[in-house]
Design a protein around this ligand. Structure first.
Ligand code: C5P
Length: 131
C-alpha cells in the first residue's frame, strides 16, 4: 500500500484565542469551520507546507511547532495532522476562506466544525487553557 499523503492543519493561538477559518469548498464542507492548512506537496516537510499554506490562505508568517492530538485518517489517500503554530508577522485575512474568527475556550464546542477537526477538541481545549 502506498503511504497516505498528509494534510497539515494549524492550531494557531494568540492571547488565549484560537484562529479558525470557514471553508468554501467542497460543497459538503462549505460553511463549516476548520483549522486552516492544506496538503503537503512532494519535497515539502509538514512544517514548510503549513507555513506556505498559511501565507497563501491568510497572508501571515508563522512558526510551526509540535504535533497536537492524534492523526485523523481522512480516506485511503490522506491523513490529517494538526500542529501548534505561532504567528510571527502579519494580520490574518480570509484570502481563500469565507471568514476567519478568533475563538475562546468556551466557544470551542458550539462551533460548526468540519467533522474531522472535532477529534481535536479536547487537545484544543487544553492548549487554550495553557495560554
Ligand atoms: O484544504 P484542503 O482542501 O487542501 O484539504 C484537503 C481535505 O482535508 C479537505 O477536503 C478536508 O476533507 C480535509 N481537511 C479537514 N480539516 C482541516 C483541513 C482539511 O478535514 N482542518
Amino acid at each position: 500500500m502506498t503511504e497516505r499523503r498528509e494534510v497539515a492543519a494549524a492550531a494557531l493561538t494568540q492571547n488565549g484565542r484560537l484562529l479558525i477559518a470557514q471553508r468554501t469548498y467542497p460543497p459538503e464542507l462549505a460553511g463549516l469551520w476548520e483549522l486552516p492548512g492544506g496538503k503537503v506537496d512532494e519535497g515539502e516537510t509538514p512544517e514548510t507546507a503549513l507555513s506556505r499554506e498559511l501565507e497563501e490562505e491568510l497572508g501571515i508568517l508563522c512558526s510551526v511547532g509540535s504535533r497536537l492530538g492524534s492523526e485523523v485518517l481522512l480516506d485511503h489517500r490522506y491523513v490529517l495532522r494538526a500542529y501548534r503554530v505561532v504567528l510571527l508577522d502579519g494580520c490574518p485575512a480570509a484570502h481563500e476562506h469565507s471568514a476567519i474568527r478568533w475563538i475562546e475556550l468556551d466557544e470551542l464546542d458550539a462551533i460548526d466544525w468540519v467533522a474531522h477537526d472535532r477529534e481535536w477538541l479536547p487537545d484544543l481545549a487544553e492548549l487554550l487553557r495553557e495560554e
